[in-house]
Design a protein around this ligand. Structure first.
Ligand code: FAD
Length: 468
């Protein structure tokens, strides 16, 4: 080990090889602070060439590698186990924007750039990079690609996979795959890019990417809508799709308990309506024409929803500040739930047409099996993705409730599976859902995944114990 660490120091500089416990701590601890692994060292290369040299060293010494970006992943993918045998390879020093091509609407960035910095850089060049997550100040492009992150604009622009045209990757056996092409069409065999996207660092290390940019919208309109049920929310989704077409950017479902928790823990945030409803939707459109056009199509859609008794009430933000406050009602749900205590989280997706039936039947099953457990349901309903979190009954100690986690997960995930849904819509599998994956993927799917892993990472050095 000493020889390995010595060569790492020679390769990237001693100050970038962290072996002291206190220096490793933040890298070894996952976002929610529920788990801390132990790494042999944290290495922080500053260029693709240094990543390449480190991976070659790891192959020589048979040291496994846990790639890490912003460490905001929620499935224990970016932290090692507690064996102390893996290194954490942090990409955050690879944070240069290599090129922007506004005529081709593309930007080439290194993997350690934060999502926020890429959004800002695009904005300064009058372009939009549309990926948007609450963790955007910290999460990195490499992490977004490796987890195929979703977020609040998937409805219009797709997941991170759809926003990527090319990748530069250091392969598991220490070769450089240069695929930094800004092509929107390229049918030349297997899509190697797509194999590395969503692989959660189990197949290689993404060091740079060519991303798609879009024209900045001329106007954005944000509304908050009160409704009686998920069925009404589905009707509103389809009405909005018919009325505003591709301009529909965001469609977020919020159940009443979410808003109660937000107001309890963030009491300064305004209440959008005088009385409570069972459900709400945060709806946003981005318009390529004008402010007037955006206002008109938003008003027409909401008028139609009120007239057809789909919506109970609706408010359209009249300023950027008001739009921001409506967004805060949505974005503070996770934090409000965390302040309330520990809970059992599910990041699921379903065909949006099945969401009302899923919420109804699964809610009943939970009530029977775990009486008075609180279902905190919200999320990106426009693309079928719900965060379906279960908090303990009021007065029940959350630590003892968490002991039911496996049974709660099985009930929820079996229900998801029965609707042909997915047990991980946007957060990935990591170590957290690895066992469950085997319950819901077919034998053929699992076998193909294992064959890919073995072919691309024959020494099992890349993020062992994650996904499969
Ligand atoms: P990390 O957490 O560091 O890593 C994630 C995975 O990718 C790990 O398996 C890691 O090994 C691997 N990895 C990281 N960098 C590389 C690389 N360069 N090459 C190869 N593998 C790599 N996710 C969503 O999809 N949608 C949301 O709306 C969303 N909201 C969130 C809100 C909050 C408050 C938080 C804390 C998280 C949220 N997330 C969301 C989850 C998380 O932010 C995303 O998964 C994000 O894409 C992770 O990026 P990261 O840089 O932090 O990656």
């Amino acid at each position: 080990m000493d020889d390995f660490l010595h060569q790492c120091r020679q390769t990237i500089g001693a100050q970038f090889v962290l072996t002291e416990v206190k220096d490793r701590e933040s890298y070894e601890t996952e976002w929610r602070k529920r788990f801390r692994g132990r790494a042999l060292a944290v290495v922080r290369p500053g260029s693709t060439a240094e990543v390449l040299a480190l991976v070659q060293l790891c192959n020589q010494f048979k040291i496994s590698i846990v790639p890490q970006g912003g460490n905001t992943g929620l499935v224990l993918g970016s932290v090692p186990d507690d064996s102390g045998r893996s290194i954490i390879l942090s990409l955050t020093r690879l944070n240069t924007t290599r090129q922007i091509d506004t005529a081709n609407n593309t930007i080439t960035v290194e993997a350690g750039c934060t999502l926020f910095d890429v959004q800002q850089y695009a904005d300064h060049h009058e372009r939009l990079f549309p990926l948007s997550l609450a963790s955007e100040g910290t999460c990195t492009i490499g992490g977004n690609l490796s987890s195929n992150a979703g977020g609040t604009a998937v409805l219009r622009y797709g997941n991170t996979r759809e926003l990527c045209l090319g990748l530069e990757v250091v392969t598991a056996d220490g070769e450089l795959l240069n695929g930094l092409k800004g092509l929107r069409k390229d049918n030349t065999g297997y899509s190697l890019r797509d194999i590395y996207i969503g692989a959660e660092g189990t197949l290689g290390i993404i060091t740079a990417a060519v991303l798609k940019l879009y024209p900045k919208p001329k106007a954005t309109k944000t509304a908050f809508v009160a409704l009686s049920s998920p069925a009404a929310a589905l009707d509103l989704l389809n009405l909005a799709r018919d009325n505003v077409g591709a301009s529909l950017t965001t469609f977020e479902l919020v159940s009443s308990i979410c808003l109660e928790l937000v107001h309890k823990h963030f009491p300064t945030l305004p209440r959008p309506f005088p009385s409570a409803s069972a459900y709400y939707v945060l709806l946003e459109i981005s318009d390529q024409e004008s402010e007037e056009h955006a206002q008109r199509i938003m008003e027409q859609s909401l008028d139609a929803a009120l007239t057809q008794a789909i919506a109970d009430d609706a408010v359209i933000a009249t300023s950027m500040a008001q739009a921001k406050q409506l967004w805060q009602l949505r974005e503070n749900i996770s934090m409000a739930q965390a302040l309330e205590g520990k809970n059992i989280k599910h990041d699921i997706s379903l065909p949006s047409s099945c969401i009302p039936a899923f919420i109804k039947t699964t809610g009943r099953q939970l009530e029977t099996a775990f009486p008075s457990a609180r279902v905190v349901c919200f999320g990106h309903m426009g693309d079928g993705n719900l965060h379906y979190n279960i908090s303990p009954p009021i007065g029940v100690d959350d630590t003892s409730f968490l002991q039911l986690q496996a049974a709660v997960n099985q009930l929820v995930h079996d229900a998801v599976h029965s609707y042909q849904g997915s047990i991980s819509a946007e957060h990935g599998i990591g170590a957290l859902k690895r066992e469950e994956l085997t319950r819901y993927k077919s034998a053929v799917e699992l076998s193909l995944m294992r064959k890919i892993k073995k072919a691309l990472d024959p020494n099992n050095l890349m993020n062992p114990g994650k996904i499969i």
